[in-house]
Ligand binder design. Structure first.
Ligand code: HEM
Length: 228
């Protein structure tokens, strides 16, 4: 207990917590993407996947609670780290170091906050389904064949160009956030060498680009009529 408290109160302990929770969240983002890409395999496939997830309520809730804990841990550790750094350096640098920082580094807080607000909206939209009355079953006055008719729900949702645009913008900011986060994880774990410092940011950018293309392809395919 004492060791845990010591770990938490040190700046390196908090950095590790940000990195570990960030990695867990990245794992979720990739797994969720793999599930969502089943939209391209047709309604039967993705709806069966949704039914499978909801048939396993207990493990689903364990995963959800783990996810919430990671979110909270990631945000709280980041905020306390920022406060600790500010307290250690009360006067701003004379030379504005932001000039040299990459755009993803500078926008970490902004992209993080946008991702957070996106997730709140996304949960209301596709999980709680309170933003669109069509996301109810036909028997309840909506347009879904059953509560597991995720295919039709996503199709109906992304037929709105404004909403699709909002999703695409949000996943672009998520990718920006991940791009910086992935290369920072290696630094935090002390895995950075002269050589790896060259390819790590590139690998982070490449993985983030793939994640962006994967997520954005779904609303884009609906808008372009590839998914109907
Ligand atoms: C094109 C993009 C996306 C699509 C089509 C999509 C689709 C969905 C759907 C259909 C659900 C509800 C599943 C169900 O209840 O059966 C869901 C839940 C969820 N999504 Fe997404 N999603 C997208 C992007 C994202 C992104 C980028 C994130 C996170 C950064 C995210 C995080 C979540 C979370 C946390 C849940 C709740 C999971 C649960 O409680 O079971 N989604 N998504």
């Amino acid at each position: 207990m004492n060791l845990l408290l010591k770990f938490w109160s040190s700046s390196i302990g908090k950095k590790w917590l940000v990195a570990l929770t960030g990695l867990a969240l990245l794992g979720f983002v990739m797994a969720h993407l793999a599930g969502n890409l089943q939209m391209f395999a047709g309604a039967a496939k993705i709806n069966a996947y949704a039914e499978f997830l909801h048939a396993n309520e207990k493990p689903l809730w364990v995963a959800r609670l783990g996810l919430i804990a990671c979110f909270l841990g990631h945000i709280i550790a980041t905020l306390t780290l920022v406060r600790m750094n500010r307290a250690a350096r009360p006067q701003a640098y004379v030379l504005n170091r932001h000039v040299q920082a990459k755009i993803s580094t500078r926008t970490m807080a902004l992209s993080g906050l946008t991702v957070l607000s996106f997730i709140v909206f996304h949960l209301l939209h596709y999980t709680l389904r309170v933003t669109d009355p069509r996301f109810r079953t036909v028997a309840e006055g909506g347009q879904l064949e059953s509560v597991f008719d995720v295919y039709r729900m996503v199709l109906l949702g992304f037929q709105n160009p404004l909403l699709s645009g909002f999703y695409i913008l949000s996943v672009a900011l998520l990718a920006l956030h991940l791009s910086h986060g992935i290369s920072s994880v290696f630094q935090t774990f002390g895995l950075e060498s002269k050589r790896s410092a060259l390819w790590m940011p590139k690998a982070g950018r490449f993985l983030s680009l793939l994640i962006f293309i994967g997520y954005a392809s779904i609303p884009a395919a609906v808008l372009l009529g590839f998914l109907k």
